[in-house]
Design a binder for this molecule. Sequence first.
Ligand SMILES: Nc1ncnc2c1ncn2[C@@H]1O[C@H](COP(=O)(O)OP(=O)(O)O)[C@@H](O)[C@H]1O
Ligand SMILES: [Mg+2]
Length: 332
Amino acid sequence: MRLAFEDVSYSYEGGEAKKRRGRRKKDAARQADWGNAPDAVWALRDVTFTVEPGEFFGVAGHTGSGKSTLIQHMNGLVHPTCGRVLADGRDLAEKGVATEVRRQVGLVFQYPENQLFANTVYDDVAFGPRNMGLGAEEVDRRVREGLALVGLSFDELAERSPFDLSGGQQRRVAFAGVLAMEPEVLVLDEPVAGLDPLSREEFLGLIRELHAGGRTIVMVSHSMEDLAALSDRILVLSEGRVFRLGTPAEVFADAAALKAVGLGAPAPEAFAASLREAGFELGRDLYDERTLAADIAAQLAGTPVAAAPDAAVGFAALRAADAVIEGGGDDA
Ligand SMILES: Nc1ncnc2c1ncn2[C@@H]1O[C@H](COP(=O)(O)OP(=O)(O)O)[C@@H](O)[C@H]1O
Ligand SMILES: [Mg+2]
């Protein structure tokens, strides 16, 4: 599925004002919103982009930049105050379209475990498939598959209360509930926020696999490393506007601009930048740990000790290594 945003603006106030005034006066209300409240806070402003089928689409931006508001437009949970969102060319604001698209676009909220509600894990995961009107056998198959995908044991957990599980397990149950709807597009709002390092890596591995299996992924993240490692393209929001949209190499090429909107570069890329300043020649567009280690090793191997960059390099390298260890470049 192709998801296209066309000049989307969204105001939380505008939405409520519109409801009050009723649908018939919708266009007039839009005019009034713009005219009467030019200083109203727009959560999104003139946002235009397309998520291509099969793409891994990252979304970055400081807190309050509009990321969560943006992705809630993707399955028609929220409708633009102005502009359109199209799913394969069909306007999500049209009657019935959002209902249909909601089956194909699975939205996993931030801290989805807060939305668990059923008495058993089984019923929680089955909620979506049952809502789709599927028969008991198909629902059962999907609950089993959903739990298996997130690495939970059906036999051990299906009949337990989700509220007795650990936080990490609860997140998996919530995730399984969305996967059980077998969405073609998965939209994830900070899916690994608050997880311990091991669960974090497992979750990212799962997301990577789901993408490799053909799903389109939209992922909001605070981690520039995760976005750089996984995304085909990254959209950077700032104050509700598109600040950058491009490949990780394109987006992270201008570290100074990103810093100005409250974001860092991925740690290895920031490390590479400080090494360049210290005299290393590092030619790649975007470094991860492995490529950076390889290029440093290659360069040191080819450099006679006497000609190696001076002590300042060692100093800069140590400082940068510190930043990597502390997770520098990640504004979370
Ligand atoms: N339910 C809401 N009511 C009013 N304003 C909101 C609501 N949710 C978010 N906002 C505002 O919309 C803007 C974008 O918020 P959000 O989409 O949550 O950003 P992000 O996910 O990037 O942190 C912020 O200014 C925020 O305060
Ligand atoms: Mg958010």
